[in-house]
Design a protein around this ligand. Structure first.
Ligand code: SF4
Ligand code: SF4
Length: 437
């Protein structure tokens, strides 16, 4: 216990050191592969999309990890596609990142391995998986859950039986002190298929439907045995561009099939390089709808925060609500391309994030991230992986740089929520997925 506590404080002093130098602790998301075996309608990497799939080689990823360790990147995520399709190599890479002392190593799965729970060897296989992961310093493992209704989730993913399999697997993971997080991507099916209308009719009804859906969702994952949860904000394409996006989708296997693997994205007037987005109405929301969705989530989270550790910071939701209500100055700009980066599976190139695909920064191991010239203040999307820490840690950075300006620019409600989140995060051991709480 004492040793763990000591280790944590060393980790956090490491993480806080860059702030004193005007930086946020670095984060790198490696899209290890875009191969996937699921059918998610909200994603352009689903297995039915026809395009040439890729996976980064072990050697390439090791070079990236070497460079990340050298540049003192604090958080490293392996994403997909479905990274667990290459499980043995993935575990080796996690082990390598552990050896290189990257403090926050994360990965996730769509859960396909858990849909085989009827097999005789299932329990043995999950023990074996948990044991292998437990030997690494993997800090967080997420498992995607799209809906409070098991059938809806399984149909969306194309993974029959997966919910029961996860329920069986969770206590086994816990035995090895691995506490996976349920990862919800906000969509209109959270409360079950067809429960939330395709277009907002009445603002109050829409808010109420989402509030009920979020409540059902948290209740559902707690009953499943999860002890942690995260929410991915919707990557919407604006209404006026959705039609264009849909036609691109039909014409070029949206999100992947173009010559250069860039995902055409009418939302930013640029190109996505990460295909986990879609023009589908299931995940597309107007700004007015987003305000209601974020309000519903913000009003739901406090009710469940003591029962399950919830990553989503209230201050981030508060800022997004204000941004989509027209007060954009209130949210802190995203650190994508400044302290946070994304490497794609096809070419192994670096981008400011998965959504600014026109800004190819080349190989990560040839970059000196400190010396990058362009430092754009960006709020172009709601990718929570980058927006949430930018908001939270960005506030600390502003506090060090110019505390007077910060106090003047932020509302008292913003400051109250920021403090409340910090206390909560501290009580949750900053979401250490190797601790029960
Ligand atoms: S959301 Fe994930 S699991 Fe689903 S199709 Fe996309 S990459 Fe695959
Ligand atoms: S807000 Fe962040 S993640 Fe989104 S496009 Fe801008 S830099 Fe990228």
């Amino acid at each position: 216990m004492t040793r763990e506590k000591g280790r944590s404080s060393i980790l956090y002093s490491d993480a806080l050191f860059p702030i004193l130098q005007g930086r946020i602790p670095g984060q790198l998301i490696i899209q290890y592969t875009d191969v996937c075996n699921a059918l998610c309608p909200q994603c352009s990497m689903r297995k039915t999309e026809k395009y040439e799939r890729s996976k980064l080689s072990r050697e390439e990823v090791c070079r990236i990890i070497d460079a990340a360790a050298e540049q003192r990147v604090q958080a490293l995520s392996f994403t997909g596609g479905e990274p667990f399709l290459f499980l043995d190599e993935l575990i080796e890479l996690i082990q390598y990142a552990s050896f290189k002392k990257i403090p926050f190593i994360r990965t996730g799965t769509n859960g396909y391995l858990f849909s085989n729970w009827r097999r005789q060897e299932y329990v043995y296989e999950i023990h074996s998986l948990a044991e292998k992961l437990a030997r690494t310093n993997l800090r967080n493992l997420w498992i995607s859950i799209d809906s409070a209704d098991p059938r809806t989730h399984e149909q969306m993913r194309g993974l029959p039986g997966v919910i029961r399999g996860i329920e069986i697997a969770l206590p086994i993971f816990h035995e090895y002190r691995i506490y996976p997080a349920a990862n919800l991507g906000i969509n209109r099916n959270i409360g079950g298929t067809g429960r939330i209308s395709e277009k907002m009719v009445q603002r109050d009804d829409f808010y109420r439907e989402f509030k009920e859906a979020f409540e059902r969702f948290y209740g559902f994952i707690i009953d499943m045995g999860f002890t942690m949860a995260n929410v991915c904000y919707p990557m919407s394409i604006p209404e006026e561009n959705a039609e264009q996006g849909e036609s691109e989708k039909e014409g070029t296997a949206y999100g992947a099939a173009s010559d250069n693997n860039l995902v055409s994205d009418a939302a930013h007037g640029s190109n996505l390089v990460y295909g986990a987005a879609s023009a589908s109405n299931l995940v597309s929301f107007s700004d007015a709808e987003k305000v209601q969705v974020f309000k519903a989530l913000m009003d739901t989270i406090p009710k469940f925060r003591e029962e399950i550790r919830i990553f989503t910071p209230l201050v981030s939701l508060y800022s997004l609500i204000r941004q989509y209500s027209g007060s954009s100055d209130d949210s802190l700009p995203c650190r994508g391309g400044i302290d946070f980066f994304y490497v794609d599976a096809k070419e192994g190139n670096t981008y400011p994030c998965g959504y600014r695909g026109k800004e190819n920064l080349g190989k990560f191991y040839e970059l000196n991230i400190k010396n990058l010239k362009e430092k754009r203040a960006c709020r172009d999307c709601d990718w929570e992986c980058f927006r949430d820490p930018s908001e939270q840690v960005g506030y600390l950075l502003e506090a060090v740089r110019n505390p007077v300006k910060l106090i003047r620019n932020k509302t008292s409600e913003y400051r109250r929520l920021w403090n409340q989140d910090l206390l909560y995060f501290h009580r949750c051991s900053y979401f250490d997925g190797r601790k029960a709480r």
